[in-house]
Design a binder for this molecule. Structure first.
Ligand SMILES: NC(=O)c1ccc[n+]([C@@H]2O[C@H](COP(=O)([O-])OP(=O)(O)OC[C@H]3O[C@@H](n4cnc5c(N)ncnc54)[C@H](OP(=O)(O)O)[C@@H]3O)[C@@H](O)[C@H]2O)c1
Length: 296
């Protein structure tokens, strides 16, 4: 295997930051990129380039100048309700810009890895395998199905798709929080939380996800991989378990459901992944929720 050079998009995001940390620690060659200024103190300015991936000529310049062997494409509009209310921006960033990056990766024969989501499924069956059929319920979910199709439908074979579920962990200057950090903070302050008990997910420790993304690159694995935490539970149970672990009162924790909450984007009731393939092919061993909480 030759020397790997990894281009990470979305390096200001939670997963992007974990990828940068692991690449730095492993003394690997990388270039990190996001739309805004570098907000990740662990990423040296010399390894950062601000690029709006919706600007095709900027993407061409970025990829052709750096010439990565691997592109890990985490950048996206990840807020599901924002996507529902602004489907055109969602399509532009999540689909069109993915095509720009993919096309340039093909040009230089680089491995292209796309981050995708459990939301591509309708959430009826749950415990999804890589080959289960997508049935997206929202604009965000459809944008990810279309992005996946860009990779799958061509004749280029050096690609991977990593689907994941509720990613959590600590980062620097993140633009959004996650349910686990939010629960710890809000319940710690005695704030009320209205949490749904009719949607089921397998929360994913961001460091485990970053590890799996890099493992796929190192092994040059091709195809789809499901990467999540090991346990599927209701969102309510996630919050309840965080409260219990940190001995926080649940007096202000209020049970609600999807109908009452009525968010703009429809969400799948029950996801969760069958992790057999990732365990077998990558040696993936995800941390249990309670084992990650001391690190939060
Ligand atoms: N978080 C989850 O629970 C979850 C679940 C399933 C799948 N995923 C997928 O996993 C991936 C990573 O998620 P995440 O939570 O780490 O994301 P995140 O924290 O929301 O970060 C998204 C990143 O994308 C960048 N970005 C957005 N628009 C851009 C543009 N036009 N040009 C360049 N960069 C742009 C942002 O850069 P700036 O900050 O500089 O604007 C930001 O760094 C995403 O593809 C997401 O769809 C996430």
């Amino acid at each position: 295997m030759g020397v790997m050079k990894i281009l990470v998009t979305g390096s200001n995001g939670l997963l992007g930051q974990k990828l940068v940390s692991q690449l730095s620690r492993g003394q690997m060659e990388f270039l990190a990129s996001s739309k805004g200024e570098n907000r990740n103190p662990e990423c040296p300015e010399s390894r950062y380039k601000s690029v709006d991936i919706c600007d095709e000529s900027a993407v061409v310049e970025l990829v052709r100048t750096y010439r990565p062997t691997h592109v890990i494409h985490t950048a996206a509009i990840t807020n599901v309700d924002v996507c529902e209310l602004d489907p055109s921006s969602c399509h532009q960033v999540n689909v069109t810009a993915t095509k720009y990056l993919f096309d340039q990766s093909v040009e230089i024969n680089a491995h292209f890895q796309l981050l995708s989501t459990d939301f591509i499924f309708d959430g009826i069956q749950g415990n999804y395998k890589e080959e289960d059929l997508p049935n997206p319920l929202s604009h965000y979910a459809r944008s990810k199905v279309m992005a996946e199709e860009i990779l799958k439908s061509g004749s280029y074979t050096k690609w991977s798709i990593v689907r994941t579920i509720i990613v959590y962990g600590l980062g620097n200057n993140l633009s959004r929080t996650n349910i686990i950090c939010w629960a710890k903070e809000a319940l710690g302050k005695g704030q009320a939380m209205h949490i749904i008990d009719d949607q089921f997910r397998a929360p994913t420790w961001a460091d485990d996800l970053a590890w799996a993304c890099l493992k796929i690159c190192k092994l040059d694995k091709i195809g789809v991989f499901h990467i999540s935490g090991p346990e599927t539970m209701s969102i309510y149970e996630i919050v309840e378990r965080v409260a219990k672990y940190f001995s926080l009162s649940i007096d202000n924790l209020v049970r609600t459901n999807s109908n009452t909450l009525n968010q703009p984007a429809k969400r799948p009731p029950k996801t969760g992944f069958d992790l057999s393939k990732s365990r077998r092919e990558l040696g993936y061993r995800p941390m249990k929720l309670e084992d990650t909480l001391p690190l939060i």
